[in-house]
Design a binder for this molecule. Structure first.
Ligand SMILES: [Zn+2]
Length: 352
């Protein structure tokens, strides 16, 4: 039986000292299961010499591949934090060969507030990579992940969902990559995750994302969008749990008995793509948003997707929003109100 220990109960003993700004109680070389945290200096009105703590679990059993799993990059997306939190407790190092670094809440102030961006510095973590050593709290976490944790990992899974303002048919995703070997390795990991949809995605806005920092190292990186609306369902949490275990098995890291959710029959993942900007329909108006198609519906190019109704003037007809390509609706704006610039609809096409 390998050891399991918690750094929380023993008080903070820094294993890494300055020049790092973020200190940690973790011993990265130790076998067994460790629950600890990163300590991010945050001097505030509430705590002059205080810190934000980022909980972290390392499960390690000897040499072997290492996968970094992150959730709570955005604070209103819950499948990642819940699934990783459960598995950090359930998984045992004896069933491992290699290691997993598990961070259920990468941006704790945002997760605690249930907000996409951190309330203490107003920073969107996934637009702030590679971060800044002496930046705000969110940027310091990004910097530590980029410079200290990423070199430890052979692959990264960053678990997102739609949050309060989007909702998706659950998918795992990767970007178009120039290196064919990296593309194939990443695709194999995405396939292994086995979400209902595996998506090769061209995104609207990629500057400062965790994705690019990992991709630039040549390592496989996938992310997910597993649901949304600021909550979870039994199905979306199960997809996250199964996906994490599937990836660990894919790399030969986890050898435990099948978990209950692994025994359930699931349909094979469906390969899809959003190859360009025609997959997105964007709002130009403020008003009441009426979607007229459902997630999972097949749509034709030019088909009506939704209407935005003026709140102020009854004589104005609604603005109409159409599909720019044929395909399937996999994502939509979730709130009943829309504003200019909101992404209203995401349409994917079958790939392969
Ligand atoms: Zn997100």
């Amino acid at each position: 039986m390998t050891v399991e220990r918690s750094n929380h109960s023993t008080g903070f003993i820094a294993k890494e000292m300055p020049p790092r700004v973020i200190l940690t109680s973790m011993d990265w070389e130790a076998d067994g299961k460790q629950h600890g945290y990163l300590s991010v200096p945050y001097s505030s009105d509430d705590s002059a010499w205080g810190a934000v703590r980022v909980p972290i679990t390392l499960i390690r059993n000897g040499e072997g591949p290492c996968v970094l799993f992150t959730g709570g990059n955005h604070g209103d997306e819950y499948e990642g934090p819940i699934a990783l939190r459960k598995l950090a407790t359930a998984l045992e190092a004896d069933d491992f060969r290699g290691s997993a670094i598990i961070i259920p809440a990468l941006n704790p102030p945002a997760v605690q507030a249930g907000t996409r961006v951190s309330p203490i510095d107003g920073v969107n973590m996934n637009r702030s990579f590679p971060g800044k050593r002496t930046g705000s709290v969110t940027k310091m976490i990004c910097h530590y992940v980029s410079t200290r944790l990423l070199p430890e990992a052979d692959a990264v899974v960053d678990i997102h969902s739609g949050g309060k303002t989007l909702t998706f048919t659950p998918f795992a995703a990767m970007h178009y990559l120039e290196d064919p070997d990296q593309f194939e390795q990443t695709k194999a990991m995405m396939h292994a995750f086995a979400a209902p949809i595996s998506l090769v995605i061209e995104e609207l806005d990629t500057e400062g994302m965790f994705d690019g920092v990992v991709e630039d190292t040549g390592k496989p990186f996938i992310f997910t969008e597993l649901g949304g609306g600021g909550t979870v369902t039994p199905q979306t949490v199960a997809i996250a749990e199964r996906g994490i275990i599937n990836v660990l098995r894919h790399f030969g890291i986890y050898h435990g008995e099948p978990m209950d959710f692994e025994k359930e029959e699931v349909p094979p993942t469906r390969m899809m793509a959003t190859p360009d900007g025609k997959s997105y329909t964007i709002s130009d108006e403020t008003g009441l948003f009426e979607m007229v198609v459902n997630l999972g519906d097949s749509v034709e190019e030019g088909q009506l997707l939704g209407r935005i109704h003026s709140i102020e003037k009854t004589e104005i007809p609604p603005s109409l929003y159409f599909a720019h390509r044929s395909g399937e609706l996999i994502g939509r704006h979730y709130p009943g109100l829309a504003r200019p610039g909101d992404c209203l609809a995401v349409i994917a096409i079958d790939d392969e």
